[in-house]
Design a protein around this ligand. Structure first.
Ligand SMILES: Cc1cc2nc3c(=O)[nH]c(=O)nc-3n(C[C@H](O)[C@H](O)[C@H](O)COP(=O)(O)OP(=O)(O)OC[C@H]3O[C@@H](n4cnc5c(N)ncnc54)[C@H](O)[C@@H]3O)c2cc1C
Length: 387
């Protein structure tokens, strides 16, 4: 029997892994709990780095997404109550764009469509994994499909379920730090055109970001849970007025707001996985505060790098210690830097301690003067540890 990789979770990260394997002619089975198309209306705005675009281009899906993606040509970073500000511009770093904003639904659909064109990957929708059991020879997943409990085993099982569904699996230990903050996400209409500028503003309440998305902006407004709950409870007119007060005048008045959603912010990562034949990728492996737009991009690189590794060895070596160690070693630096960079920004910019505010304003002003520092920051945000 030909060996087939099992992927649990067909979100953007799992589907990217499946598609990369497909391009390499490697057989895989992907189990996705949702029905096909259930996520296509998901308006969640993902911030894609330039490096993530390159991966999607190589997989042939970017051509379908290009028209739906909004380029970020400039990132404007500022701090409430301070004159310090910094501008990162794509043209200063010889990049066509610093990144792109794309809806979760559009990306999921493009990946699903591409997967449907080939036969190497078998996608089973409405297949919910209920239990994963690693053992010395294989890893086994139990899943419900058509109300029947089924099982599949492989010498390589990849968990890409976003980290929300499966609890304790022997050999997987997770460290989680809850920030006690929530993110409120929605779309807003503004008086002034966005001009492909993304705004990141640090306030004592927490960072607030406006990402150009189509003709509008996607808003990420973070703060302590109680504070965000208060903002969430406002009617639209009051919400828009408070946002104006919070964000300032850079995009004029706020004219309209879409459906608002909140989610808790946390930093979560895995200790080195010791479960045999099991690899964890994407949000299931690490979850970051959205302040630096790193999380999703690190996850996409997990998928891409894992596929390269699988393709570089014989199926007999899949899931063996040497492969597991090589994968974890290869991803360590990128993941760690993403987590540290994000946590550093949250800690530096999300508090009111006297004196820290002046330091922040100063560092933003200095960042604007120091071209090499800015270049490193842009390369890091664009390409991860390869930058
Ligand atoms: C509410 C919310 C809002 C967010 N907003 C933003 C944002 O504005 N900007 C941003 O950059 N990032 C945002 N993020 C983070 C971003 O969504 C993730 O970085 C990205 O989705 C990670 O992709 P993934 O494929 O690893 O996980 P997911 O996108 O979570 O995909 C996991 C997939 O696995 C499937 N699955 C789960 N359990 C099982 C199971 N037991 N069996 C089979 N399949 C299963 C799910 O149905 C899903 O399709 C947000 C996250 C959340 C939760």
């Amino acid at each position: 029997m030909t060996e087939s990789v099992i992927i649990v979770g067909g979100g953007p990260v799992g589907a990217t892994l499946a598609l990369t394997l497909q391009h390499k002619g490697i057989a895989a089975t992907m189990l996705e709990a949702r029905a096909k198309g259930a996520a296509y209306q998901d308006q969640r705005a993902l911030a894609l780095s330039y490096g993530s675009r390159a991966i999607l281009e190589e997989l042939g899906v970017w051509a379908k997404l290009d028209a739906q993606a909004t380029a970020i040509n400039t990132i404007h970073i500022s701090q409430r109550g301070s004159f310090g500000r910094s501008l990162l511009k794509a043209q200063d770093h010889d990049l066509p764009a610093l990144g792109y904003v794309l809806s979760y639904g559009a990306l999921t659909k493009a990946l699903d469509d591409a997967l449907a064109n080939f036969k190497a990957v078998n996608v089973i929708y409405k297949a919910e994994a209920t239990h994963i059991e690693p053992s010395a020879e294989v890893a086994t997943v139990m899943f419900n499909h058509d109300s029947i409990l089924q099982r599949l085993s492989s010498s390589l099982l990849v968990l890409a379920d976003g980290g929300r569904s499966l609890g304790d699996i022997p050999g997987i230990l997770r460290d989680t730090k809850m920030y006690g903050h929530d993110a409120l996400v929605t779309k807003v209409k503004c008086e002034l055109p966005h001009g492909n500028i993304a705004y990141e503003r640090f306030t004592p309440m927490g960072p607030v970001a406006l990402l150009p998305n189509g003709e509008e902006f996607s808003l990420v407004w973070t703060g302590k849970q109680a504070e965000v709950a208060e903002v969430m409870a406002l009617d639209d007119a009051e919400f828009l007025s408070q946002l104006h007060q919070h964000f300032g005048d850079r995009v004029g008045r706020f004219l309209g707001v879409g459906k608002r959603l909140t989610f808790p912010l946390k930093l979560s990562y895995l200790n080195p996985v010791t479960a045999p034949h099991l690899v964890v990728i994407g949000n299931a492996a690490q979850t970051m505060h959205p302040v630096a737009g790193q999380g999703f991009n690190v996850g996409l690189r997990d998928a891409y790098e894992l596929a390269q590794q699988i393709a570089s060895i014989m199926p007999e070596a899949w899931g063996q210690d040497a492969m597991m160690r090589a994968y974890q070693q290869g991803r360590k630096t990128d993941t760690k830097r993403g987590l540290m960079f994000t946590d550093f920004l949250v800690n530096l910019f999300s508090n009111d301690i006297v004196g820290v505010s002046g330091l922040r304003g100063m560092s933003l002003g200095m960042l604007d003067l120091l071209k090499p520092v800015k270049s490193r920051l842009v390369r890091k945000m664009s390409f991860g540890s390869r930058g």
